[in-house]
Design a binder for this molecule. Structure first.
Ligand code: ADP
Ligand code: MG
Length: 337
């Protein structure tokens, strides 16, 4: 199709047919009926629980019109994948509800679909339906994703117990440093390779799907959350849901080379950025000390570093220690309201 077209020139059904229908992959199990009927028909084996999650991206709030739509498609699916990963589930099917101004270039939607296709391929999930509408306002994109996990096996936020060791996958804070580069907050000299790495971590999150599933397989995790609002906020969610607190230690934090360089001598304000910056999409989970010896094999199997960063306490609240001294923090993470 020629690329000077807008969505109004192809119409609602033209758009679904042209951009979305081929995201309905035939290799994903459990699809009785995908795009094209009044509702999708999906099969969940009796031995499994269904996991459901949803996230909305709004133009002007989560992205700007000049953002790369392909990256947006990737990210929109991946933020949902990260939620299913945090529960230890296997992602399967998603719905896409999209509201577009009639003047939106068709090419924009095509690129969005390419980003969705790439994430769908990497994480093996199929688009099975959705809704398409015009809007007089900004572009709004809602994805609802469904996954499966063995009966009673989902890893909850509420299972953390005193003495549990706290683990973080990957590295902390790269995404917020990428965002600060994008928005010009950080302008200082930095090697190009490092800048590219940080930007990539921001625009192309890699949900820890295989890790979540491996944690369920090994039955080691007592609680888990994905780091989307910032490490402190998300650890706070686990502690609140579990009725416990936590001590974490800055000298244990896994940092990329780029983040380590940016941190320099590690003053409190810079640590605060790393601890409260969101969108890492890493997993934070807790295990009982008896399961510690299983962690290296899991890290090796999924190819992601797993680092012990602290311990769950009976005393409520999250305390951050910098070489034995407390770091005082006020603002804990991103909130919309
Ligand atoms: P209905 O009017 O019965 O709700 P629609 O006419 O809105 O159905 O949609 C027709 C089919 O196209 C449905 O199967 C629906 O799930 C699918 N669909 C609509 N919009 C999208 C979209 N953005 N992505 C994927 N599938 C979609
Ligand atoms: Mg209908």
């Amino acid at each position: 199709m020629a690329n000077d077209k807008t969505v109004s020139s192809v119409g609602e059904f033209g758009l679904i047919e042209h951009c979305f229908k081929n995201l309905g992959r035939s290799d994903i199990p459990g699809v009785g009926r995908g795009i094209g009927d009044d509702a999708a028909v999906l099969f969940v084996p009796r031995t499994q629980d269904l996991l459901a999650t949803s996230d909305t991206l709004v133009e002007g709030v989560h992205f700007t019109r000049d953002a790369d739509p392909r990256q947006l498609g990737w990210k929109a699916l991946c933020v949902n994948l990260s939620d299913i990963a945090a529960m230890g589930g296997e992602p399967r099917w998603y719905l896409l509800s999209i509201s577009l101004p009639p003047t939106t270039p068709l090419a924009w939607v095509e690129q969005l679909a390419l980003g969705l296709a790439a994430a769908g391929e990497r994480y093996r999930v199929a688009l099975v339906g959705g809704n398409t509408t015009a809007t007089t306002g900004p572009i709004v994109l809602t994805i609802s994703l469904f996954g499966v996990v063995g009966n009673g096996r989902p890893i909850l936020r509420s299972g953390a117990e005193e003495g549990n060791r706290i683990f973080l996958s990957g590295t902390l804070g790269d995404s917020v440093l990428g965002l600060r580069r994008l928005t010009g907050v950080d302008r200082g000299a930095c090697e190009k390779g490092m800048v590219d790495f940080l930007l990539d971590r921001h625009v192309r999150p890699m949900p820890r799907t295989e890790l979540g599933m491996a944690l369920v397989d090994a039955a080691v995790a007592r609680s888990a959350v994905d780091v989307s609002d910032g490490l402190l906020a998300d650890l706070g969610h686990v502690c609140a849901a579990s009725g416990v607190g936590a001590d974490i230690h800055l000298e244990k934090m896994p940092l990329s080379l780029a983040a380590r360089q940016w941190l320099g001598d590690g003053d409190g304000d810079r640590w605060r950025v790393l601890l409260t910056g969101g969108e890492d999409y890493e997993l934070l989970f807790t295990i009982s000390p008896g399961a510690l010896d299983q962690i290296p094999a899991i890290a090796e199997k999924v190819g992601v570093p797993l680092t012990e960063i602290g311990v769950i306490t009976r005393e409520k609240g999250v305390r951050v220690w910098n070489s034995g001294k407390p770091l005082v923090l006020s603002d804990a993470g991103f909130k919309h309201f």
